[in-house]
Ligand binder design. Structure first.
Ligand SMILES: [Fe+2]
Length: 372
């Protein structure tokens, strides 16, 4: 550890990362600086001196004590610094997504009577974050019980479709979902500024011929597009497309690229719904590239290696990340009854729950290790 340069040089495997005095000072979780419960600072860091410096450093095997020019002294464990500087994964955080094809997929599953078991819920959430969906089995197949099921994971996100919506054939359908037509893999509600994060589809009856559910990993098909046609991938990350939904009392629209990336260039959100997207009237050569790219992505979304297809049984509930996975269904006949109910929650619910469970279970495990 070297700090004479004015920075604390943190040694990662193959490089040295300079940490600023101000950055370190703000990170202090001393009990008079930061609330130990909420981890919110007690003070306004914009009032700290601009020329704040490290004036003394005393390392030991596990960390380092720093004295700052404003008189504050604090001990920083190396592991915490590594995590805060993004040089090491936070063990409490949600797992990274793993792109899948049907050959590599193990659908994460939770038997509903296990839902109160912390490990069972932790494990199904872990699978959910890796694969983008999970199957909840043997849930109560009672109308409207989806509200209770979904709320195990987070508060309901209400939309103009209600807190809960019915997916069955209707005489006058307000959406193609309410017909027996096949639905190609799509994102739900891409026309919202804040697209619902997680969708639940709860099966109450499914004895019509057909009506298989399909799930496609948006991450896998975006990776495939990027590998096969980088230019096409590129335009889908850049061209702002207008997504729209219109009914007698709703007029939703949002303009966004089909593929939204995070600051590291990883997939943050896919919007694919080719019945309600309208690109801008840009130069024909750009539009041509967009149409080619969209066709390519839609073709990938229909390739059998990417399509996990299965028939929901009464009491099954599908939980899927609507920013990552696409969902659809095959057509179904009117020789039986197919009745699903749907609802949305935000990502925050399961993400926060997973981090909390992770922390609790790790603490429990280390207490058991000490006791043993
Ligand atoms: Fe849908």
């Amino acid at each position: 550890m070297n700090w004479e340069s004015g920075f604390l040089d943190l040694q990662a495997e193959d490089r040295s990362v300079p940490l600023m005095a101000e950055w370190l000072r703000e990170l202090s979780d001393a009990p008079d600086q930061m609330d130990p419960n909420s981890q919110q600072r007690f003070y306004d860091p914009t009032l700290l001196p601009l020329d704040l410096a490290i004036v003394e450093a005393q390392p030991d095997a596990e960390g380092i004590t720093l004295l700052f020019s404003d008189g504050h002294r604090h001990y920083y464990p190396y592991q915490r610094l590594m995590i805060e500087a993004s040089l090491q994964a936070d063990p409490d955080d949600v797992p990274q997504p793993m792109p899948w094809t049907i050959d590599t997929l193990t659908p994460p599953t939770l038997q509903w009577d296990q839902r109160k078991d912390s490990w069972a819920r932790h494990n199904v959430l872990e699978g959910f974050f890796k694969f983008g969906f999970a199957l909840l089995r043997n849930t109560p197949s009672v109308e409207d019980s989806l509200l209770d099921i979904a709320q195990v994971f987070g508060p309901i996100r209400e939309t103009n479709w209600g807190r809960l919506f019915n997916v069955r054939t209707e005489a006058v359908a307000t959406d193609l979902a309410y017909t027996g037509l096949a639905l190609t893999a799509h994102t739900d509600n891409p026309y919202r500024r804040s697209v619902p994060g997680i969708q639940f589809l709860h099966c109450l009856a499914n004895n019509a011929t057909g009506g298989e559910s399909t799930i496609v990993d948006g991450l896998s098909i975006c990776n495939a597009l990027k590998a096969e046609a980088p230019d096409e991938y590129d335009i889908l990350t850049k061209l702002p497309v207008s997504f729209r939904y219109l009914s007698s009392d709703v007029n939703d629209r949002e303009t966004a690229p089909m593929i939204r990336l995070d600051h590291n260039g990883n997939l943050r959100q896919l919007r694919l719904s080719t019945r309600l997207d309208f690109p801008p009237a840009v130069a024909p050569e750009i539009l041509k590239k967009f149409y080619t790219a969209r066709r390519h992505l839609a073709r990938l979304a229909a390739e059998p290696r990417f399509v996990f297809s299965f028939k929901l049984q009464e009491g099954d509930c599908l939980m899927m990340d609507n920013h990552r996975t696409l969902h659809g269904r095959t057509a179904f006949a009117e020789d039986g009854f197919r009745f699903l109910q749907g609802s949305y929650i935000d990502h925050d619910g399961p993400e926060s729950q997973y981090r909390t469970l992770n922390r609790q279970l790790r603490k429990m495990q280390s207490a058991q290790t000490v006791a043993a």
